[in-house]
Ligand binder design. Structure first.
Ligand code: HAM
Length: 423
C-alpha cells in the first residue's frame, strides 16, 4: 500500500453489510432494554485519567497496561474510556442522578484498550452496558441476567451457544480473610508461579486466580476458594439469586475462579461465555459493585450492571442477521432529462407513502442496458422505468427483477396503491 496511511492496529472499519447487521443487532437489544424500562445515558469518550485509576484499580491490566492516556495541551491527564461503569458512576454523582432514586440505565458506544489485538480482541471495541443503582437485593441481579438472556433469544442464538458462569466475591471482610490465606498459600508455591503471578501475589493476589498460564492454574486449583469465606448475608444473597435462576429455568455454572479483571466488584459476578469464539469467548460480563459510588465520593449506593462486547456478540449472531439484511427494493431507471425529474418526483411520492421501502435512483445517466444492469446488480426486486413515452402519458413501466411477473405499464397515480397492495 506504499505510503498510504492505514488505520491503527486493532481499530476497525465496518463495511456496509457489517455496519448494517451491527445496527440491527443494536436495535434488537435496545428494544429489549426498552421493554424492561431502562433509560439511555450518554457520557463523554474522554475522561480524567484519575477516574479510571480510582474505580477500576491501579493494579489491574486495564490501568497498568492498556489505557490510552495522554496529557492534553492544558496539562491535564486524560484517557480514552476503557469501560463504562466508572463514567456512569461519575455522571450519576456529578449530576445528582443517584440520590434517593433507583435508576436503571443503559449506554452504547466505543471503548478503548491497548490490548494485543487478536480475533475478538480489539483496541477500539463497542459495548452495550447496563447499570442499576440503589437496589441491593438479589432480585436485580436476576433481572440483569434475564435481560442478557433475552438478548441472546432475540438474536436467535441457540441455548447452548452461551453458558452463564456465576460466582460471589463476598464483601470486603470476606475478601480480606481470603486474601490473607491466599497470599500464604501462593507464597508457599511461589517458585511455580510465573513473573506476572509473582508480581500480583503482593499487589492483587485475587487476579492470580485469573491467570491463563496452565502451570499457574495447576497451582491455583488447590488455592483457598473465596466462596468458602462468605459471611452469612452474602451466602444468603448468593443462594437467593441461584433460587431465582432455578425458578426462571436459567441454567448456570458456579465458577469459583471467576474473579473479573476490574477491582470494583463485590458479591455477585457473572459472565456469559461462548465456546464458539476461540480464546476471547466472554461475550458479556458484570456483577455488583456496592462500594464504588461511595468510594468515588457519592453517598453509599448499592449498584450492579453488566456490559456486552458487541463485536463478539456480532460474530455469534451475524449469520442470523444477514438473513434479515435490508436490500434495495426498487431501482429507478430514467431515460432522458425529462424522465430523470419525473422519476425523482415519483420516488419522493413513494417514499412519503411507503417509508419502509428502500428506493435507489439511477444517477449518472446511461443507456437502458447499462441502467438495467445496475438494477440487477443492486439486488432490487423491482425496476421502475420511465422514458419520454412514460413521461408524456404520465405512466411508469414496472419490471419484476426477481420473480416472473410480466412487464407492465401503469398510470403514475395507480403506482403507489399497487405497491401498497404488493408489500
Ligand atoms: P469487561 O469484562 O472488562 O467489563 O468488559 C465487558 C465485555 O466487553 C467483555 O466481556 C467483552 O465481551 C468486551 N470486551 C472487553 N474488552 C474487549 C476488547 N479489547 N475487544 C473486544 N471486546 C472487548 C466491563 O467493562 C464492565 N464495565 C462491565 C460492567 C458493567 N460491570 C458492571 N457494570
Amino acid at each position: 500500500m506504499g505510503n498510504n496511511i492505514q488505520s491503527i492496529r486493532g481499530m476497525h472499519d465496518f463495511a456496509p453489510a457489517e455496519a448494517q447487521t451491527m445496527r440491527m443487532l443494536e436495535t434488537k437489544l435496545i428494544r429489549v432494554l426498552n421493554s424492561y424500562a431502562y433509560q439511555e445515558i450518554r457520557t463523554p469518550v474522554v475522561e480524567k485519567l484519575d477516574l479510571f485509576k480510582r474505580s477500576i484499580g491501579e493494579v489491574t491490566d486495564i490501568v497498568e497496561k492498556e489505557m490510552y492516556a495522554f496529557e492534553d495541551r492544558g496539562g491535564d491527564w486524560l484517557a480514552l474510556r476503557p469501560e463504562g461503569t466508572a463514567s456512569t458512576v461519575r455522571a450519576g454523582i456529578q449530576n445528582g442522578w443517584l440520590h434517593n432514586q433507583q435508576p436503571r440505565y443503559w449506554y452504547l458506544g466505543p471503548y478503548f484498550r491497548r490490548e494485543r489485538p487478536q480475533k475478538g480482541r480489539y483496541r477500539q471495541f463497542h459495548q452495550l452496558g447496563v447499570e442499576t443503582f440503589g437496589l441491593a437485593g438479589p432480585d436485580i441481579d436476576a433481572e440483569l441476567i434475564l435481560i442478557s438472556q433475552r438478548f441472546w433469544q432475540v438474536l436467535g442464538l441457540p441455548r447452548h451457544c452461551l453458558q452463564l458462569q456465576l460466582n460471589s466475591l463476598g464483601d470486603a471482610d470476606a475478601r480480606a480473610r481470603h486474601r490473607h490465606d491466599l497470599v500464604d498459600f501462593l507464597s508457599q508455591h511461589e517458585t511455580g508461579l510465573d513473573e506476572d503471578a509473582r508480581k500480583r501475589l503482593h499487589t492483587n493476589p485475587l487476579r492470580v486466580l485469573d491467570s491463563k498460564n496452565p502451570q499457574v492454574q495447576d497451582i491455583t486449583a488447590q488455592a483457598p476458594v473465596l466462596l468458602d469465606y462468605l459471611g452469612e448475608q452474602e451466602q444468603e444473597h448468593f443462594a437467593a439469586l441461584q433460587a431465582s435462576l432455578d425458578t426462571l429455568h436459567i441454567s448456570y455454572q458456579i465458577n469459583p475462579r471467576l474473579v473479573r479483571g476490574l477491582d470494583y466488584y463485590n458479591r455477585t459476578v457473572f459472565e456469559w461465555v461462548s465456546t464458539e469464539l476461540g480464546a476471547q469467548g466472554t461475550v458479556c460480563a458484570g456483577g455488583r459493585y456496592d462500594q464504588l459510588v461511595e468510594q468515588m465520593g457519592g453517598r453509599a449506593t448499592p449498584a450492579a450492571g453488566f456490559a456486552v462486547g458487541l463485536e463478539r456478540l456480532h460474530s455469534l449472531a451475524e449469520k442470523n442477521l444477514l438473513t434479515e439484511i435490508k436490500v434495495i427494493d426498487i431501482y429507478l431507471v430514467a431515460l432522458g432529462d425529462n424522465a430523470v425529474a419525473y422519476t425523482m418526483e415519483l420516488a419522493e411520492q413513494i417514499r412519503t407513502e411507503l417509508p419502509n421501502l428502500a428506493i435507489q435512483m439511477n444517477c449518472g445517466g446511461g443507456s437502458i442496458k447499462s441502467q438495467m444492469k445496475r438494477a440487477d446488480r443492486c439486488g432490487a426486486r423491482l425496476a421502475l422505468i420511465a422514458g419520454d413515452d412514460e413521461v408524456a402519458q404520465q405512466q411508469i413501466t414496472i419490471k419484476d427483477l426477481l420473480g416472473d411477473q410480466p412487464q407492465r405499464t401503469v398510470s403514475k397515480d395507480a403506482l403507489v396503491e399497487l405497491l401498497k397492495v404488493e408489500n
